[in-house]
Design a protein around this ligand. Structure first.
Ligand code: ZN
Ligand code: ZN
Length: 413
């Protein structure tokens, strides 16, 4: 680990100051795999130095998750520890910042009954619904970043020994999150500024529809009236700037839940809670998935779509140029935080209320009336490629190019 001492220090500083942007007196809650311990200790130290009052760490261990899925009784999966859900809500109330280190083994649960996994996912989503809603509305500062684990590195660099694979993955992560640059914090400021200019351009356009064309994809997505594009840094309800995802290359907004028509084909595998879904198509009519297929993970996809009505509808459209630093790495990460930032994507399920004007203040009924999708799930899947063209349709019916051959088709002034 010594080898990366300097990089880990810079990464920890980025996580604390740019990711969750810890404020004096604040509590930081960290969820992390055991493998992330060296980084998490640095994060805790930096957080205290920056003024944090408490740093609480919740460790997770995939070996234990695996044991539970294989040995616990059936009823264990339809019961969630409510003390944990309450703790998360209490932390939200106290204004804590939430940092998650996300590095799942894409194949962890591949030999577990998909129904058992679906039950566990739904049970957790129901128990954590208040917490997740608060996070999705940016009530608190939150951030998601990754560290390599042996299982994940093996999936990305299958032909290398574990230590080499882990080193390779560190190198890729440090480059993509700009830790390899002289001053990563300044590099992020510049990056956030650039995303903000794209966001301003698209917000000014207020396109009525986006039309996507690529091999296997032919789909029209209506955007809600008063939609707001976001990208890069976000602002919490308490007015603190933070970066929800590291890396982030996307700008994203809200589709109308009843306004999606056509077929879309994925372009990168989707790692969904310990299983891979790939080679899939979804066909939408009036917003709802009416037909689907998958070469890999069909049952997992079926269970995901069956979670609730909103799981069959879109809650996010995101634009990412094919020239992003993540896709230039030419790697398939099997980790949505990375893969979604290498390609245009959609999300099935719940929309971010911040993607509609004044959304955080609207009631559930009002959001529904405006076409905002709601669900227990929010799952991004990648549809971008070097062959993707996207047009925006203006309110008076004019078609303008947004993407050509996978990259931005307009110049920013
Ligand atoms: Zn996204
Ligand atoms: Zn998303």
């Amino acid at each position: 680990m010594d080898r990366w001492e300097n990089e880990l220090n810079k990464y920890a500083e980025l996580a604390v100051k740019v990711g969750v942007n810890i404020q004096p007196g604040q509590t930081l809650f960290v969820n992390a795999p055991l493998e992330a311990a060296p980084l998490v200790r640095k994060i805790a130290k930096t957080a205290y130095e920056t003024g944090a009052k408490h740093v609480y760490v919740e460790w997770n261990d995939e070996a234990l998750t695996y044991i539970k899925f294989h040995h616990a009784p059936e009823e264990a999966f339809s019961e969630y520890p409510m003390w944990r859900a309450k703790a998360m809500e209490e932390l939200v109330e106290q204004g804590a910042a939430f940092l998650s280190i996300y590095a799942p083994n894409p194949d962890l649960l591949k030999d577990v009954d998909p129904k058992r996994i679906a039950t566990a996912n739904k049970t957790a989503a129901q128990a954590l619904a208040n917490y997740r809603s608060a996070i999705m509305a940016d009530r608190n500062c939150w951030s998601l970043l990754s560290v390599p684990t042996a299982a994940w590195a093996r999936k990305v660099f299958g032909d290398l020994r574990d230590e080499e694979a882990i080193d390779k993955l560190w190198e890729a992560i440090f480059r993509i999150v700009r830790v390899d640059q002289e001053d990563p914090i300044a590099a992020w400021r510049e990056h956030n500024d650039r995303l903000a200019r794209i966001v301003a351009y698209l917000n000014n356009k207020q396109y009525k529809q986006l039309v996507y064309e690529a091999p296997g994809t032919n789909i029209t997505v209506e955007l809600v009236d008063g939609h707001v594009w976001h990208g890069g840094a976000a602002t919490s309800q308490t007015g603190v700037r933070f970066n929800p995802n590291m890396p982030t290359e996307e700008v994203f907004t809200m589709p109308h839940k009843d306004g999606v028509n056509g077929t879309v084909r994925n372009t990168k595998p989707l790692n969904y809670n310990g299983n891979v879904i790939d080679g899939f198509t979804l066909t939408f009519k009036d917003g709802q998935v009416v037909d689907f297929s998958a070469e890999e993970g069909y049952e997992t996809l079926k269970h995901l779509l069956d979670t609730d009505d909103g799981a069959r509808r879109l809650g996010e459209v995101a634009l990412v140029p094919h020239q992003s630093p993540v896709s230039l790495s030419n790697l398939i990460f099997y980790n949505t935080l990375f893969d979604e930032n290498a390609a245009c994507h959609f999300a099935l399920g719940k929309a971010y209320p911040t993607n509609i004007e004044n959304g955080a203040a609207l009631s559930k009924e009002e959001l529904d009336r405006r076409g905002v999708n709601d669900s227990l799930v929010h799952v991004d899947f990648m549809i971008g490629s070097a062959e993707l063209n996207i047009d925006g349709v203006t309110k008076d019916g004019k078609r303008e190019p947004i993407f050509r051959r996978g990259n931005w088709a307009f110049e920013l002034s």
